[in-house]
Design a protein around this ligand. Structure first.
Ligand code: ZN
Length: 213
């Protein structure tokens, strides 16, 4: 598909939308959007609404971006609160949502909209600015004292990642690198933050192999 370089983002999105069937159009227009221009009225500017919906909900899909109306319904949770991640599978041309932990029947699926290794206050400020909501997920609603402990754990995880990364420049030994992974693993266990497990295990295996002789 090609578009004139003169077409505006608004015209581009509306043009693409017009090519889909009416059920898909309805599913798309039902999605939420943030940062809709304040000087416009949504009822009078459906094309601007479509653009705002696109900007709010589009996700990377291989070399392009896409809108996935069912996945776009997923709400956000921080740290221990989110339980699914998603990724695009090029071969099948589908976006797959993966569970990170066991999910009880009826439990809400929550993904994450942002980098989570930062304190509650910063996460809330970011989510308010970019997504228009003040986060009250289960990780953000814990009592003050527990929240401070969580902030410290998340900051320590970030620091440990920073130290671990120096292995790539040969600044630390393989054993030290694995020790950092162990610390991250233990902290994430305590925090209930499991999304990085696969990656961490792969890194540990890679380091062990590199230092095997
Ligand atoms: Zn939260």
């Amino acid at each position: 598909m090609s578009f004139s370089v003169n077409s505006s983002p608004t015209a581009l999105i509306s043009g693409l939308l017009a090519k889909t069937n009416s059920a898909d159009q309805a599913a798309f227009m039902n999605l939420s959007c943030v940062n809709f221009p304040k000087h416009l009225e949504p009822e009078k500017s459906p094309e601007e609404v479509a653009l705002a919906i696109f900007q709010t909900n589009a996700v990377a899909a291989g070399n392009g971006v896409g809108i996935f109306p069912r996945m776009a319904r997923l709400n956000h949770g921080c740290s221990s609160a989110f339980n699914v991640v998603y990724s695009w599978r090029e071969k099948e041309g589908v976006l797959v949502v993966y569970a990170l932990k066991s999910i009880r029947k009826g439990e809400e699926l929550l993904t994450t909209y942002t980098e989570l290794r930062r304190p509650r206050e910063q996460r809330r400020a970011y989510l308010t600015e970019h997504y228009g909501f003040y986060c009250t997920c289960s990780a953000c609603s814990i009592p003050e004292e527990q929240s401070r402990a969580s902030d410290i754990r998340l900051a320590t995880i970030s620091e440990e990642y920073g130290r671990f990364a120096t292995w790539g420049n040969h600044e630390i030994s393989g054993k030290e690198a694995i020790d950092h992974i162990r610390k991250i693993w233990a902290l994430e266990d305590e925090e209930g933050y499991w999304s990085e497990r696969g990656r961490l295990a792969a890194d540990a295996a890679w380091i062990a192999a590199a230092h095997s002789e």
